[in-house]
Design a protein around this ligand. Structure first.
Ligand code: NAD
Length: 380
């Protein structure tokens, strides 16, 4: 079975789906690994390093896709990339399937067996495949570095001969994987940190990182679905949340927002009125920018200054740390493959929770119930 790794073509994308170490693991397990020329360059892995690991270098994408049995990618493929795949090819990649109806339909029409890494269930057996977590962890860490660089103040408290400076006050909204890493990183830099999430279960995790919880009662029950993700709030609850957050947010030097609800636009948590009430010089890092932003004034992949507040809307921070991002993602996809490839063939059991969570298209059909429901919503 030939496992192929193309060069990522998304703008600014520097990650690669397999590192030489991960390629070597697959080669040792009897698979043939093909890597497109230059695919690892953005993450500082040379073609020679892949060859030393037992992979073969292929000159271009068309030649690579044309002989692949399995394709490993980071970013969801473009339609043009899908059209290079042979019928029956297995594709393992982030697909953002819930919000990419055109891509899903094309994958089905071309007879591709596709797996979306965003669908790995959050269960113990799948932890080593959890690519959302491995990449969100990086985004959370990097968001704090950007905030610290952008803030016209120190993060830690300092007592110097020239006077005392107080520690920066940081609020992290959304305490999932990215948010908890942001809290931990801001604490390491010496800031005073608060966390907030709509799911009450995370309070203990926020406290365990030495941060405080921003606590207000929206009077809601059932804020978490059975997968552990937040549910979308009603319009009324969302308005109350914006108002309560608005009253608190102005007290902070840095606000890092990470709130997401799978398959939906990001919840709007920081309104333009809230930004206007913040102190000039304050900084917002909106990690939900790609899903529409938690802050009303966010512009994706841009830095804007409004009312003296600097608002960053990065959409792909993992790509800015391509060495570790690729290392961790490569482990995630390698473990995924090892789970389902036995004696050089892919064995799919649709009763398996991991297959059911990740498989989007198979044999010409859309097989994921969640994606089918999203597609119906998108076309009705
Ligand atoms: P996510 O990226 O979907 O969302 C980020 C955070 O935003 C979440 O904590 C969510 O509750 C919060 N959020 C959503 N709407 C909000 C709102 N209106 N106001 C405030 N906060 C809001 O989340 P994630 O990081 O992918 O984590 C999702 C779940 O999966 C969590 O329960 C997490 O603990 C769990 N998880 C489990 C494992 C595992 O056991 N293997 C691994 C990783 C994550």
């Amino acid at each position: 079975m030939k496992v192929a790794v193309p060069k990522e073509i998304g703008p600014g994308e520097r990650r690669v789906a397999l590192t030489p170490d991960a390629a070597s693991t697959l080669v040792k397990s009897g698979l043939v690994v093909l890597v497109e020329k230059g695919a690892g360059a953005g993450a500082f892995h040379s073609d020679a390093a892949f060859e030393a690991a037992g992979a073969r270098i292929v000159a271009d994408a068309a030649a690579l896709y044309g002989q692949a049995d399995v394709v490993l990618k980071v970013q969801k493929p473009t339609i043009a990339e899908v059209d290079l795949l042979r019928q029956g090819t297995v594709l393992v990649s982030f697909l953002q399937a819930l919000t990419s109806p055109d891509l899903v339909q094309r994958l089905a029409a071309r007879g591709i067996t596709s797996f979306g890494m965003e669908g790995i269930p959050r269960i113990s057996r799948a932890q080593k495949m959890d690519a959302l977590s491995s990449q969100a962890n990086i985004a959370g860490y990097k968001s704090v570095l950007i905030a610290a660089e952008s803030l016209p103040k120190f993060f830690p408290m300092l007592m110097t001969a020239a006077g005392t400076v107080f520690a920066a006050r940081v609020l992290v909204i959304g305490a999932g994987v990215a948010g908890l890493q942001a809290i931990a990183t801001a604490r390491r830099l010496g800031a005073q940190v608060w966390g907030y999430d709509v799911r009450p279960a995370v309070k203990e995790q926020i406290h365990s990182l030495g941060a405080r919880c921003l606590d207000f009662d929206l009077g809601l029950k059932d804020t978490e679905d059975k997968g552990g993700y937040a549910r979308a709030l009603s319009e009324e609850a969302s308005r109350r949340q914006q108002q309560m957050l608005g009253e608190k947010t102005r007290e902070f030097d840095v606000v890092i927002t990470t709130a997401l609800v799978p398959g939906r636009a990001a919840p709007r948590l920081v309104t333009k009125q809230t930004v206007a009430a913040m102190r000039p010089g304050s900084v917002i890092i909106d990690l939900a920018a790609e899903a529409g932003g938690n802050c009303e004034l966010t512009v994706p992949d841009s830095v804007v200054v409004e009312h003296g507040v600097t608002i960053h809307g990065p959409t792909n921070l993992p790509a800015t740390m391509p060495a570790h991002a690729s290392q961790l993602y490569a482990r995630n996809v390698t473990e995924f493959l090892r789970e389902f490839v036995k004696d050089g063939a892919l064995l799919l059991n649709f009763e398996d929770e991991i297959v059911a969570g990740t498989c989007v298209t198979h044999n010409g059909d859309v097989v994921s119930e969640a994606v089918k429901a999203a597609l119906t919503g998108a076309t009705s």
